[in-house]
Design a protein around this ligand. Structure first.
Ligand code: GDP
Ligand code: MG
Length: 309
């Protein structure tokens, strides 16, 4: 299935029994494919390829809550031989025990990687040290001068924030939604680094619909592509499944679950999301859950585990 700007999922949400539909949909359609690849992404990719010759190393930023789904095989191919480090950011939003599993998994792969929370200074040092280490290994002889790094990755993974944290100032625009960086932008950092910020790029294909929902939950995909109801209901079901105390406490629920609809209703009641005719205002609940989840207020979350092989 192709999800275009007026997505099939979006239309579905306008049904009367919307939350019930979602329930069915998630189980029926997990194998469907989501293709969301607006035209301007091609331009962004071509610009990345054109800029390769200007940089020493590429940092591919991903989200620790889903380190494989936030990667992009297509970008990897286009980067070719240029040294690359996979930067798995936002570890402070992911479940620590799952992050550990991912670290073990990445250590068995061939590529250099680093797990960071870019608001943490030690993390930033890990990142710059790794870049220097990889470059020293790759260079036949020591290159003089500043290191030029290009930062790429999916929208909203924290590319611009990493640059701003390294620079110690708001040198490039960062915000809690995708699509904030629209053109490439150089930032000088201290005596030794030049960083090239780039607009986020989506993979041309998202393999499973469930993975598209993860990307929507973490806001790598804009809300106009997948209607908020879908990721919001998914988040609730996920929180019930993992028995999230943070979720239960955040909305002051008496119990967790037992199911999606009872939880939606309980949250609507607790938060006063009621329309004039005494109906629950589910749209408000969906948006609130998404906002709270994205801020990290519903606790640390990981979507998916490392592959067994
Ligand atoms: N909790 C947390 N939030 C982060 C981290 N890095 C970035 N963010 C937030 O993620 C959002 C997107 O950041 P931005 O740098 O604009 O992403 P970009 O689209 O990849 O450039 C912003 O709200 C940042 O504050 C991190 O390591 N931890
Ligand atoms: Mg940006």
């Amino acid at each position: 299935m192709d999800i275009q700007e007026d997505s099939a999922l979006g239309k579905k949400s306008k049904n009367k029994n919307a939350q019930f539909d979602t329930d069915i949909q998630l189980t029926e359609t997990t194998e469907r494919k989501i293709n969301w690849f607006p035209g301007h992404m091609n331009r962004a990719i071509n610009e990345i390829v054109n800029s390769l010759k200007k940089v020493d190393i590429v940092l591919e930023v991903r989200d620790a809550r889903s380190p494989l789904v936030t990667g992009n095989k297509n970008l990897k191919q286009r980067i070719g031989n240029k040294p690359r480090i996979i930067v798995i950011n936002k570890t402070n939003l992911a479940r620590p025990e799952v992050v550990k599993q991912w670290q073990v998994w990445f250590a068995k792969q061939e590529e250099p990687f680093v797990f960071i929370n870019c608001f943490d200074k030690d993390s930033l040092k890990l990142l710059t040290d790794k870049a220097k280490e990889v470059l020293n290994e790759r260079r036949e002889k020591e290159k003089e001068g500043r290191i030029k790094l290009m930062i790429i990755g999916l929208p909203n993974t924290g590319k611009s924030t990493i640059i701003n944290q390294l620079a110690g100032k708001n040198a490039t625009k960062a915000a809690a939604k995708p699509g904030q960086t629209t053109t490439q932008f150089w930032v000088r950092v201290g005596e030794e680094l030049d960083l090239l910020d780039t607009p986020g790029v989506m993979p041309p294909h998202i393999e499973k619909e469930e993975q598209g929902i993860w990307l929507s939950a973490i806001h790598a995909i804009p809300d106009k592509i997948i209607t908020p109801e879908i990721p919001a209901c998914y988040i609730i079901e996920h929180m019930i499944k993992v028995k999230s105390e943070e979720f239960k406490n955040h909305y002051k629920l008496d119990e967790l679950g037992p199911d999606l609809i009872s939880t939606l209703d309980a949250i609507a009641l607790k938060r006063g999301c009621i329309k004039k005719k005494n109906e629950f205002d589910y749209e408000r609940v969906y948006q609130m859950i998404l906002n709270d989840f994205r801020k990290g207020d519903l606790g640390r979350t990981s979507f998916g585990l490392p592959p067994a092989k």
